[in-house]
Design a protein around this ligand. Structure first.
Ligand SMILES: C[S@@+](CC[C@H](N)C(=O)[O-])C[C@H]1O[C@@H](n2cnc3c(N)ncnc32)[C@H](O)[C@@H]1O
Length: 538
């Protein structure tokens, strides 16, 4: 089995043991570990079976398929399992795919066989439906993962990862881990290869979770998804104990040296003091209503979890504006800059054809009412015409019946009906501009109707306020001196022009006036003088 996480490289085909995301419908995706069929499992002779409302799917039919394949349901005896010997084995063949004819129904039923060596059983296809077998990606995982908490959805985390500049090789701090939705997306964003040994620093997610059960589940999931070398989950209350991590090389806690931070905890402002470059003074924290850090370390020994030579980008995720206010207030106090709040209001837009009109085919989703006033009037005239014609013919028939009942055998009633039918058919087709000479519509069914878009009424995102900020890079005296050497400033001999705009304008006016006066004076002195001053032509 590959050691690379299926979230990073799932390979071309589904394999035994692989995590597959079984897509039943847009909002129903089920994660499944594919198990090789060896003997009876849970009473099914086909091995492990997924039962859905679209039918039963033995794992053997899902293994060895290209990711994204459509898999048809199989006939699986779900009723008698465990009670009697299965009969399905009688119709099961081994070897290459074959086509069997179902004698009872007379229908052709294709026998499906997995072409891989791990499954020899062939099961009959059922007409109940199909599913798609998809590879794990953070996006599909988000819509299928077992929810332990509220999760961050794709529209939010894609924007967050972009804003906090998560990129291959970056170190991200995340609190809390929750259901791991953000963690998977972050792991993919920072992945820059697996570390080859101690000291080989690659992109990593440092995830912290306070709830013990969730921490255990998260750690197990990270192991199962082969992400443990990219994601380190720590059981921690980050408000009190901060973000330093256990280090194998050092007895002391190590710094993750993070340059990206994402806080999805109920009170992010309580975690912020730990995300400082230097140990914040207790008085500074007390003035903001925050508790002093419980670290016993002196200011000089205190370790920051942040990378010193880079600006750090942070995002906090809060459902209510009061939390945002508190977070922003604390950020300002602790020196964060470029503070900004954003709300992602994602809308899914459905593009569809609106089929409205009297000549539209009778099918689901079609609104058979007039498309416009003209169509309504045309229809009313038709009905009125039919009405008049019907009574006129009826009167004629009644009269002729009175004269001689069926004297000439002509069927005026039928003629009248034909007439009525003719009017209806002709007129309805006339309203359709895409008709052929025989009057039938030539418009393709999927092209019928007006192309419109509608936003979805119910939107499945946990919308929150996102606060972004930047903590500038730490700047030492030496760096300041080096920068000053390169770009000296503050040593200018004279200031050119005035700083004030109005004064600058006045100075210009005076200068122009002075020039003008000089010219006038020169003119008064005489033209010879001017000629003398004029430069000689060469
Ligand atoms: C909304 S969930 C996070 C969801 C996660 N971002 C996701 O996408 O699946 C918030 C998590 O923060 C954890 N939490 C709350 N207070 C915490 C603290 N002081 N330290 C660490 N984690 C904390 C909770 O246990 C919970 O699992």
């Amino acid at each position: 089995m590959s050691t690379i996480s299926p979230f990073l490289d799932p390979g071309p085909l589904t394999t035994p043991g692989a995590l597959a995301l079984v897509h039943l419908s847009r909002d129903n995706v089920v994660p499944v570990y594919l198990r090789e069929g060896s003997g009876t499992v849970d009473g099914y002779s086909e091995g492990a079976v997924i039962n859905t409302r679209f039918g039963s799917f033995p794992h053997s039919t899902l293994i060895g398929q290209p990711w994204g394949s459509q898999i048809r349901a199989s006939i699986v005896d779900t009723g008698s399992r465990g009670r009697k010997k299965r009969k399905l084995g009688d119709v099961v063949a081994t070897g290459a795919a074959a086509t069997a004819v179902d004698d009872a129904t007379g229908n052709d039923t294709e026998a499906v066989n997995s072409s891989t060596s791990h499954t020899r059983d062939v099961v009959k296809t059922a007409a109940t439906g199909f599913i798609h077998v998809l590879p794990p990606t953070p996006e599909i995982w988000t819509s299928s993962l077992p929810h332990r908490t509220q999760v961050v959805y794709t529209p939010d985390y894609s924007y967050i990862l972009h804003r906090i500049r998560a990129r291959p090789g970056a170190q991200i701090i995340e609190a809390g881990s929750g259901s791991g939705s953000f963690t998977h997306a972050a792991a993919r964003a920072v992945y820059s290869g697996y570390p080859k040994g101690p000291g080989d620093k690659r992109g990593k997610v440092w995830s912290f979770e306070f709830n013990h059960d969730r921490f255990l589940k998260m750690r197990e999931e990270v192991e199962d998804h082969r992400l443990s070398r990219i994601v380190q989950v720590t059981h921690r209350d980050v408000y009190h104990d901060g973000f330093l991590v256990h280090s194998d090389d050092d007895d002391d806690d190590a710094s993750p040296e993070a340059e990206c931070v994402f806080l999805d905890v109920p009170a992010p402002w309580q975690a912020l003091p730990h995300l400082s470059r230097r140990k914040p003074a207790p008085s500074l924290l007390a003035s903001g209503g925050l508790e002093p850090l419980n670290s016993k370390k002196e200011t000089s020994d205190w370790k920051s979890p942040l990378r010193a030579d880079r600006a750090v980008h942070i995002c906090t995720f809060s459902p209510c504006i009061e939390q945002v206010t508190k977070t922003v207030e604390t950020m300002r106090r602790l020196g964060w800059m470029d503070i900004e709040m954003v709300e992602v209001a994602q809308r899914r837009i459905n593009v569809l054809r609106e089929k409205v009109g009297l000549n539209m085919p009778l099918e689901r989703g079609t609104n058979q009412s007039p498309r416009n006033v003209d169509e309504a009037i045309t229809r009313l005239k038709q009905i009125d015409g039919r009405f008049k014609e019907f009574y006129r013919d009826k009167r004629d028939v009644d009269v002729s019946m009175d004269d001689v009942d069926a004297e000439d055998g002509s069927d005026k009633g039928q003629a009248a009906n034909g007439n009525v039918n003719g009017v209806v058919k002709g007129d309805v087709n006339a309203a359709d501009t895409n008709t052929n000479t025989s009057g039938a519509s030539t418009l393709k069914p999927w092209m019928a109707g007006r192309l419109v878009h509608r936003t979805e009424a119910e939107i499945k995102t946990h919308t929150s306020y996102l606060v972004f900020a930047v903590l500038p890079q730490e700047w030492s005296e030496e760096q300041e001196a080096a920068a000053f050497e390169k770009w000296p400033c503050g040593k200018e001999k004279k200031i050119i022009g005035s700083l004030d705009k109005e004064t600058r304008k006045q100075e210009k006016r005076e200068m122009l006036l002075g020039n003008k006066q000089k010219k006038t004076a020169a003119k008064a002195e005489g033209s010879s003088d001017l000629v003398e001053r004029r430069p000689e032509r060469t």
